[in-house]
Ligand binder design. Structure first.
Ligand SMILES: [Zn+2]
Length: 164
């Protein structure tokens, strides 16, 4: 996991990002509306786990990596993952961290420029970045099933890019 991603995951776990619910509590914003969906109020839980925009990205990524990424705050989910193979855990942690970093980036871009990236594009970027990192870090597993899973997700790049 990249250090900047690890830091972001830590901030999310601590609920320390400057989300609108916090800014509202500090008296810095009057109205709290999610920059991603424009419907619900923004807080940590909403941005990453409940927002319809994030949910669309999350479900497509889960389909690609064949692991159901968390639908709620990740700590409980993370404990469940302790028992899994180290290699798979490392890659799934990378996927989750990339997902969070990308969603936060999209949120900030929407806030500053009012621009939204299509969820398919977000998913494509996340998948490709993870595949490149797996290659760069030469991540592999001695466990046949885990290696098959890795090969499968790394060969899934073209499928994600061409998804309508
Ligand atoms: Zn939202």
């Amino acid at each position: 996991m990249l250090p900047r991603h690890a830091f972001l995951v830590w901030l999310v776990a601590q609920q320390k990002l400057l989300t609108q619910d916090r800014l509202q509590r500090f008296g810095m914003v009057q109205v709290n509306v999610c920059y991603l969906c424009g419907v619900e109020e923004e807080d940590h839980e909403h941005i990453f786990f409940q927002c319809q925009y994030s949910e669309l990205c999350r479900s497509k990524i889960s389909q690609w990596c064949k692991v159901e990424l968390p639908r709620q705050h990740c700590i409980a989910w993370w404990l469940h993952w302790r028992a899994r193979s180290t290699c798979k855990k490392k890659v799934v942690a990378m996927i989750l961290a990339n997902f969070m970093a990308m969603i936060w980036w999209c949120r900030n871009r929407s806030r500053v420029d009012g621009l939204m990236m299509r969820p398919e594009m977000v998913v494509s970027l996340i998948c490709n970045e993870v595949i490149v990192r797996v290659g760069q870090c030469r991540i592999s597993s001695r466990h046949r099933n885990t290696q098959l899973w890795l090969d499968e997700i790394c060969n899934g790049r073209m499928v994600m890019v061409t998804t309508p």
